[in-house]
Design a protein around this ligand. Structure first.
Ligand SMILES: NC(=O)c1ccc[n+]([C@@H]2O[C@H](COP(=O)([O-])OP(=O)(O)OC[C@H]3O[C@@H](n4cnc5c(N)ncnc54)[C@H](OP(=O)(O)O)[C@@H]3O)[C@@H](O)[C@H]2O)c1
Length: 252
C-alpha cells in the first residue's frame, strides 16, 4: 500500500474537463489516477501533471468495457487498497453533425450508443469501484452532468435548452445519470459516502471551444472539485453548477 493521501480517480482525464479536475485535485494534495482509454494520451496527461508537481498515475480504463473496468479496480486495489474520490467524467459529447437530431427521428442505434456510454457505463464503473470507496473514511462520488439533462430547465420556454428539441440522446442519458445520482445517494445515506452531480456549464473543451461566452476549463472544473472535497457535513444527492458560484443548486 502506497500512501495515506487521498486518492482520486477521474475517468476520461486525458483531456478537457477531466484533465483540469485532475490538475485541481492534485494541487489540493490528492494522488490523482488519470483514467483514460488511450494509453498514449493517458501517459501524456500524467507527464503534464507531474511536471506541475502533481502526483499522478495513469490508469487504463475504458468505461464501456467490463474487463477494462475490472482490471482498473484490481490495479487500484493492489496499488492503494481503497479509493476516496471517483469523478465520473468520461462521456460522449454531442459534437458530431449526426448528434443534432429531433426526438421524432433519432435512430435506435444513436440512442443506444449514448445511453451505453453516458449512463450504463457510468453505473457499471461506479458499482465496480464502490467496494473500494466503502473502505475510504470519506468517500465522494461526483457525476458530471449538464443542464441539458435537467427536465425542469429543458421544459422552460426561455431557457437555452427550451426551444431546441435536439440532442435527445445526450439529454436523456444525462437525465438518467441524474436519477442514478439521487437514488445512489439515498441508498448510501449513513455510510459517509456522498454522491452528487456537477454541472460545469458550457465549457471551452472540444464542444464549447468556439463559444466566447463559454466557461474556461478552470471555471468548469470547480463544481466537481468542490464536490470531491466536501466535508462530512456537506450535501449529498444534489446537483450543483457554476452559475453564481460552484455552490449554486440546479433543478433536476
Ligand atoms: N464541455 C462542456 O461544455 C460540458 C457541459 C456540460 C457537461 N459536460 C460534461 O463534462 C464531462 C467532460 O466533458 P468535456 O467537455 O471535458 O469532454 P471531452 O473534452 O470530449 O472529453 C471527454 C473525455 O471522455 C473520454 N471518454 C469518452 N469515452 C470514453 C470511454 N468509453 N472510456 C473512457 N474514457 C472515455 C475521452 O477520451 P478520448 O480522448 O479517448 O476520446 C475524453 O478524455 C462530460 O461528462 C460532459 O458530458 C461538459
Amino acid at each position: 500500500m502506497e500512501t495515506q493521501k487521498k486518492i482520486a480517480l477521474i475517468t476520461g482525464a486525458n483531456r478537457g474537463l477531466g484533465l483540469e479536475i485532475a490538475r485541481q485535485l492534485g494541487n489540493k494534495g490528492m494522488i490523482v489516477l488519470v483514467g483514460a482509454r488511450n494509453e498514449m494520451a493517458g501517459v501524456a496527461a500524467v507527464e503534464k501533471l507531474s511536471q506541475q508537481g502533481i502526483v499522478a498515475h495513469f490508469l487504463p480504463l475504458d468505461i464501456t468495457k467490463a474487463e477494462s473496468i475490472a482490471a482498473a479496480v484490481n490495479q487500484v486495489k493492489n496499488q492503494f487498497g481503497w479509493l476516496d474520490v471517483l469523478v465520473n467524467n468520461a462521456a460522449r459529447l454531442p459534437v458530431k453533425p449526426e448528434d443534432q437530431h429531433n426526438p421524432s427521428d433519432i435512430s435506435q442505434e444513436l440512442l443506444a450508443e449514448y445511453m451505453d456510454i453516458n449512463f450504463m457505463a457510468q453505473v457499471a464503473t461506479t458499482q465496480a469501484f464502490l467496494p473500494l470507496i466503502r473502505l475510504s473514511s470519506a468517500g465522494r462520488i461526483v457525476n458530471m452532468s449538464s443542464t441539458i439533462g435537467s427536465v425542469t430547465l429543458t421544459s422552460e420556454p426561455l431557457h437555452q435548452n427550451g426551444p431546441k428539441p435536439a440532442r435527445l440522446a445526450y439529454a436523456a442519458a444525462k437525465a438518467a445519470f441524474n436519477m442514478f445520482t439521487v437514488t445512489l445517494a439515498k441508498e448510501l445515506v449513513g455510510t459517509g459516502i456522498k454522491v452528487n452531480a456537477a454541472d460545469p456549464g458550457l465549457t471551452q473543451t472540444q464542444v464549447g471551444q468556439e463559444r466566447p461566452n463559454a466557461n474556461t476549463v478552470e471555471q468548469g472544473a470547480k463544481p466537481a472539485v468542490w464536490l470531491s472535497c466536501l466535508d462530512d457535513d456537506g450535501p449529498t444527492g444534489c446537483f450543483f453548477t457554476h452559475w453564481l458560484n460552484h455552490e449554486t443548486v440546479n433543478p433536476w
